[in-house]
Design a protein around this ligand. Structure first.
Ligand code: ASP
Length: 327
């Protein structure tokens, strides 16, 4: 039987890192070296491996992922059955969500990486590559959008978060758990997520959006400088279910006249509220001032959704529409 055709794009990250000449590990290996280091991959798929970037993932930008999404869309149109993106774990939760938004196909896209460098004892990169390929080529992965596969767990892009700085089990989907696992070389799904609307690939770079985490006693003095710094939108991570200090709400309300603003939560997970608290600075106060709830999205993911909705001249209404399916 013909093997599925799988495109593997490596962007860098610890999974590609080996000791550099100046100390510490640095990204070096490319997609072909990664793939050839795991001979079992050849049994899973017919692989084309490319290395668009060799970067630590903190240096990837949203526009780099727009380019990756574009490449995947072209590859799917040319007949590839699935795609895998290999990158640093620091920003997987953001990259996976961008790809989820931008790749308009039922064909699987799986993002993976590794917490341990390629030459570290117990490096788990090879195991993650194999598990990711097994998920990407599983018929059950179709229609689930972009998935993140690490530590033999399968996570939905919209929920996955890096939750630990060191452990190979760093990835969690705190709001609902993983969609499934890989066991005995087979993807086993316990649950499924429904697809959310895709967004068009923007012609211009995604809009710059500020992300502010609210902390005790923050009086909002940064807010008035945001437009002059070139930000076109703002996401705040409010307290608990999405609240801010009473004095900050009017400042946010004034700013919302010129910029779209959304509120997420600084708590590790959970939906923001919209109709529980009625005190000044509460989410009900924010909503009344035109500030959008991010629903189930973390601040990091809400920021990217807003950046794409505002790109190519998107309006406040485009942002409202983009956030609606996540409530
Ligand atoms: N700092 C690394 C990166 O994100 C971490 C990793 O890949 O695990 O590139």
């Amino acid at each position: 039987m013909a093997r599925p055709r799988l495109l593997v794009l490596s962007l860098g990250g610890t999974i590609t890192m080996v000791p550099g000449s100046e100390g510490g590990i640095v990204p070096k290996l490319g997609a072909e070296e990664l793939v050839s280091s795991v001979p079992a991959l050849a049994d899973v798929a017919e692989i084309v491996a490319q290395s668009p970037f060799r970067l630590p993932s903190p240096s990837l930008g949203p526009n780099d992922l727009v380019e990756v999404a574009r490449q995947i869309r072209v590859a799917f149109a040319e007949g590839f059955d699935a795609a895998m993106v290999v990158q640093g774990t620091d920003t997987i939760e953001e990259s996976a969500f961008l790809l989820d938004l931008l790749v308009d196909s039922d064909k699987p896209v799986v993002v993976t990486g590794a917490m341990r460098g390629a030459s570290a004892p117990g490096a788990e990169g090879g195991a993650n590559l194999l598990a990711a390929a097994q998920v990407a080529t599983s018929p059950e992965a179709a229609g689930l959008g972009t998935l993140a596969v690490l530590n033999d767990e399968i996570h939905a892009a919209r929920f996955v978060q890096k939750a630990h700085t060191a452990l190979p089990s760093a990835f969690l989907s705190p709001i609902c758990g993983p969609l499934g696992i890989v066991a005995e070389g087979r993807a086993r799904f316990f649950t499924r997520v429904s697809r959310k609307p895709n967004l068009a690939i923007p012609d211009q770079a995604p809009a710059p959006i500020a992300l502010l985490k609210w902390s005790m006693g923050d009086d909002g003095r940064l807010l008035r400088n945001l437009p002059s710094l070139g930000f076109q939108g703002l996401v705040i991570e409010g307290m608990g279910s999405g609240n801010v200090p009473a004095d900050v709400a009017p400042l946010l309300g004034d700013l919302a006249a010129s910029l779209p603003i959304a509120y997420a939560t600084r708590a590790a997970t959970g939906p923001v509220f919209t109709q529980t608290y009625g005190y000044p600075g509460s989410q009900m106060d924010l909503v009344a001032r035109g500030i959008l709830p991010s629903g189930l999205l973390s601040g990091l993911k809400a920021r990217l959704l807003m950046a794409l909705a505002l790109s190519d001249g998107g309006t406040h209404d485009a942002v409202r529409q983009a956030f609606e399916p996540y409530q």
